[in-house]
Design a protein around this ligand. Structure first.
Ligand SMILES: Nc1ncnc2c1ncn2[C@@H]1O[C@H](COP(=O)(O)OP(=O)(O)OP(=O)(O)O)[C@@H](O)[C@H]1O
Length: 646
């Protein structure tokens, strides 16, 4: 190492004060230390002894980025372009004869330094070229640092957002936050996230900033967003009003002016487009590749957020439905002995997986009983799926129950999952089973025996774990006898049978049911719960209820919406309960008035005693009679106490 020679930076010969360009090199050395653009132009102005130094850049037109002193009133566009293209400095005089020097920087963003001042001389071009080069390098460096910082900021924001997904359960709030962050980070005026409702062919903007209520619905085939989702590609628009794809309706409505925009599609985990993310009006210049990448990152987070929160919302909603059902809808209302007994039976059966056949007239609450069996049992958290067998032809029923593969038949344009699969882990309720075709019965029987289904047009056997409940208002035993219903299927379905009594046979349930429905419908009609007067109660109890509980429910719905008073009076029901529909149909059979009146009185007393569960004193009070007068009246009508006791 004997030949080793050292030289420090300050010893370099071209740095000696006497050396040509030594001061330029020292100046450039200082320039690379400067971090802020205002300082940079101030230093340069001082070095060249000029009052004005600006840094300009070409966007759509030439713009001043930063300036020391008043910038030139108008920038010489053509000359600036030449400076960049030729990568050459130029000294010239401006319109008012003051000297100007334009220096190329060779920066990636094509900046040019513009110097002007009376003492500026063409001999300074050499020095100017050197300074321009150094400034260009410094700008590239600063740009890289700013980009890296933006990237870090972006990542931090993304992590922050991902973190907040856990705490934020409401989609709207979360989307608003994402949009706000995107505006901040990408220096944009507005941001909207669109969720695509493919079925309704709608785009739902949330948040739709500047729109009253924050929600905006648009047809999915219009505007830039429509093009973005259909093309599944990002779109950048620099000048919205000259772009024919831009739909000006929203601007017209809101009074806002869209200048430029950037829109990216949103995809779910399967690559399906689920919406779009749009940024409007970048605060400085046009949208660039960096903005595009950032927005795509935001897009990924947004898709996750939408999926998570929507799933959560669905869960919450179905849970709420469930709770609501358990507390109201599935509640079996009634105080009669038969309904009390039914509640006990359901409680015992709910815990089992036994098939149950629910019998009863139409509207007696067979589906309510089936739902109670489901919701009180271990399958409650899984789906309850109801199928009305009477409403479907044999072919449709098969595809409805077991599903079909794409192309299985002419209309099968896509794969369809059947009700058995949908009810997986839960309960399938086959309503009106008595109306199922014989072919359908055979297929159902096979599934019940083998516990596997095959979709129509498919070959794969899909195992199913479903509890099957069935209901009918037909006499199935009779149907079996007449060979309209398969006996083997009947035995499979009717391991346990429960029968719902008609409403006319349990008059004590009428008032509790009426109050229950009235309360529910008054809430729907936004009015206070209406009490029922005792006259109206009597009127309800005297009706024959051929349509059973459904008829009562419908009546209460009309009362809640139509009656004017604060209380339901008998008159409110009179116009609804038509006398012809009462139990005394045979009044019109030509019997005399006296006999008809007797018949009516006998029936009325019978119902009153039944309503009072056989207590004669209560029945007399109900009928507004003294107890002894009731007995006398009964004797007159040829009635025995045993005839009337339930
Ligand atoms: N005990 C009950 N408690 C509360 N609501 C009931 C009761 N029974 C019936 N309902 C209500 O009455 C209406 C008819 O009941 P549901 O549909 O269960 O009858 P259904 O016997 O299955 O009728 P269908 O034979 O026409 O299928 C429903 O709105 C149901 O909520």
């Amino acid at each position: 190492m004997e030949d080793t020679q050292w030289m420090s930076w300050v010893e370099a010969p071209w740095l000696q004060r006497t050396a040509t360009y030594s001061s330029l090199i020292r100046f450039c050395e200082r320039l690379v230390q400067v971090d802020l653009l205002p300082e940079l132009v101030t230093e340069i102005a001082a070095e060249f002894g000029v009052p004005r130094c600006s840094l300009v850049a070409r966007n759509r037109s030439w713009e001043t980025i930063v300036s020391r002193g008043e910038p030139l009133a108008s920038l010489p566009g053509a000359l600036l372009a030449d400076v960049v293209d030729k990568d050459a400095a130029v000294w010239t005089t401006s319109a008012d004869d003051s000297p100007v020097m334009l220096l190329p920087t060779a920066s990636s963003a094509q900046h040019v330094l513009v110097l002007s001042g009376p003492r500026l001389d063409a001999s300074q071009l050499t020095e100017g070229l050197g300074v321009g080069r150094v400034v260009g390098q410094r700008l590239n460096q600063l740009n890289r640092v700013a980009k890296a910082e933006r990237h870090v900021d972006r990542m931090r924001t993304m992590i922050g957002l991902a973190h907040s997904f856990a705490g934020e359960k409401d989609t709207q709030t979360l989307l608003e936050r994402i949009a706000e962050e995107a505006c901040r980070l990408l220096k944009t005026d507005r941001a909207s996230i669109f969720i695509w409702d493919k079925e309704q062919k709608l785009l739902i903007a949330c948040p739709a900033l500047g729109v009253e209520g924050g929600k905006l619905f648009l047809p999915d085939n219009k505007g830039i967003v429509g093009d973005t989702i259909h093309g599944a590609k990002p779109i950048v628009v620099d000048d919205a009003y000259t772009d024919r794809r831009f739909d000006q309706t929203v601007d017209k409505k809101s009074g806002y002016t869209t200048r430029n925009l950037l829109c990216v599609p949103l995809f779910d985990a399967d690559g399906e487009c689920i919406g779009a993310f749009e940024l409007i009006n970048k605060l400085d210049g046009d949208f660039n590749d960096d903005d595009l990448n950032s927005l795509q990152d935001f897009g990924v987070q947004t898709s996750i957020a939408i999926k998570n929160t929507l799933e959560l919302e669905n869960l919450v909603r179905s849970n709420q439905n469930l709770t609501e059902r358990v507390s109201t809808g599935v509640a079996i209302i009634g105080e009669s002995e038969s309904i009390n007994a039914l509640r006990g039976t359901i409680e015992r059966l709910a815990a089992t997986d036994l098939p149950v056949l629910v019998l009863g007239e139409s509207g007696t609450g067979k589906e309510v009983a089936a739902q109670a069996l489901h919701h009180q049992g271990p399958r409650a958290a899984r789906p309850f799926v109801a199928v009305n067998c009477a409403a479907l032809t044999e072919t449709l029923l098969e595809s409805e129950l077991f599903g079909h593969e794409k192309g299985a038949f002419t209309d099968a344009q896509s794969t369809h999952v059947g009700k058995f699969e949908l009810a997986e882990g839960g309960t399938l309720f086959l309503d009106e089973i008595g109306d199922m075709s014989v072919g359908g019965q055979a297929k159902l029987l096979r599934v019940l025996e083998q516990k596997v289904i095959t979709r129509v047009g498919g070959t794969q056997s899909i195992p199913v774990n479903v509890r099957v409940l069935a209901a009918t208002n037909a006499n199935l035993v009779e149907s079996v006898r007449e060979k309209q219903f398969r006996q083997d299927l009947y035995y499979r379905l009717s391991v346990v049978t429960i029968e719902l009594p008609a409403l006319r046979d349990r008059p004590e349930d009428i008032v509790p049911l009426a109050n229950f429905f009235l309360k529910r419908f008054c809430a729907d009609a936004n009015r206070k719960p209406l009490p029922i007067s005792s006259d109206a109660e009597k009127r309800l109890q005297m009706h024959g209820w051929p349509g059973n509980v459904r008829e009562l429910r419908n009546l209460m719905e009309r009362v809640a919406f139509l009656s004017a008073g604060d209380r339901v009076e008998a008159e409110d029901l009179a116009f609804i309960l038509s006398p012809q529909r009462d139990a005394f149909d045979d009044l019109s059979d030509g019997i005399g008035l006296a006999e008809a009146t007797n018949k009516f009185q006998r029936e009325y007393i019978k119902r009153a005693v039944k309503r009072m569960q056989g207590n004669m004193s209560d029945a007399a009070e109900f009928l507004d009679l003294h107890r002894s007068n009731l007995y006398r009246k009964m004797r007159q009508l040829g009635m025995e106490v045993d005839d009337v006791k339930p």
